[in-house]
Design a protein. Structure first.
Length: 233
């Protein structure tokens, strides 16, 4: 029987901490965002005595600030971290080999191709999906979120100056920003559902570890087939 390829250290601690924190913040923002859009039935008595929607909005805004700071830190780590820390920010869109890899993964995920490829970092389809849906999705939510926040904090606030002043006219008004901010939430929810399904599926069916890798940072391999990774590092 062939020996597995030696384990490789892939995801550094800051990437793993960001992954968990980001996941928790997205859950908090999605639940509170949904409740801002579809508030719970009124509770009886004076509003000031329970302040329910106030707390829901406070959690949303606090998580909003945290997710923005975390993304800035993750961007910094993409610059100073290892090659895999850069992957989701810089998909090699001009490399033919990358697109061949994307096509192969599509066929593999559709159960058309029976043999998985082996990657040290993310596979090309994952990179594409994470870059265009999650990275751009997060930037979009942060920019539109702060634009909405600036409406409340007033025209002299930095949130208004930096975001609301150009985002509101660009979208044609506050209501439209609300709708887009809401719509992209559902895009991110779809990302999360597909991402978790694929992570568990790949952990079982592909040639390498997945779930333990995002927890410990180490990628282990189930056989000694050569690695197909486009950036060996
Ligand atoms: C809101 C929830 C989640 C979001 C937004 C999310 C997002 C991401 C992102 C952006 C990455 C790339 C990390 C990087 O390179 O910086 C990633 C990797 C990964 N995530 Fe998640 N994640 C979420 C939840 C989960 C959960 C619950 C699991 C476990 C079932 C999971 C398993 C993984 C695995 C295994 C990887 C590494 C994949 C690989 O090695 O190619 N994620 N996730
Ligand atoms: C993944 C990230 C986020 C998700 C899923 C999310 C989700 C939502 C949703 C669904 C709404 C209700 C929109 C509507 O139908 O009116 C909302 C409102 C809002 N969000 Fe977010 N959001 C996110 C990030 C942010 C960020 C980073 C901020 C910045 C502080 C922010 C600030 C706001 C504000 C100010 C409102 C309007 C509150 C109100 O009108 O009472 N959001 N969000």
């Amino acid at each position: 029987m062939s020996q597995p390829t030696t384990p490789v250290y892939v995801y550094e601690i800051p990437v793993r901490i960001w992954h968990s924190l980001n996941a928790l913040l997205i859950v908090a923002l999605t639940v509170t965002g949904y409740l801002i859009a579809e508030p719970l039935p009124s509770v009886s008595g004076e509003a000031s005595e329970h302040f329910l929607l106030g707390y829901i909005r406070f959690i949303h805004f606090a998580a909003g600030y945290l997710i923005a700071i975390a993304l800035l830190f993750r961007l910094y780590w993409a610059i100073v971290g290892n090659a895999h820390a850069k992957q989701i920010f810089l998909p090699p869109l001009l490399q033919a080999q990358f697109w061949q890899g994307v096509w192969h993964e599509l066929l593999w995920y559709s159960f058309i191709v029976k043999s998985p490829r082996k990657y040290i970092g993310h596979n090309p389809l994952a990179v594409l999906f994470m870059h265009f849906v999650l990275v751009w999705g997060l930037f979009f939510m942060i920019i539109t979120g702060f634009a909405l926040y600036g409406e409340g904090s007033g025209q002299h606030s930095w949130q208004f100056t930096l975001f609301s002043s150009w985002v509101l006219p660009l979208f044609g008004g506050s209501q439209s920003v609300h709708s887009w901010h809401h719509l992209v939430m559902w895009l991110i929810v779809c990302f999360v559902l597909i991402h978790i399904y694929v992570a568990v599926r790949e952990d079982k069916l592909s040639g390498q570890s997945m779930l333990s890798t995002i927890a410990t940072g180490w990628r282990t391999f189930k056989d000694d087939k050569p690695v197909d990774d486009i950036r060996h590092s």
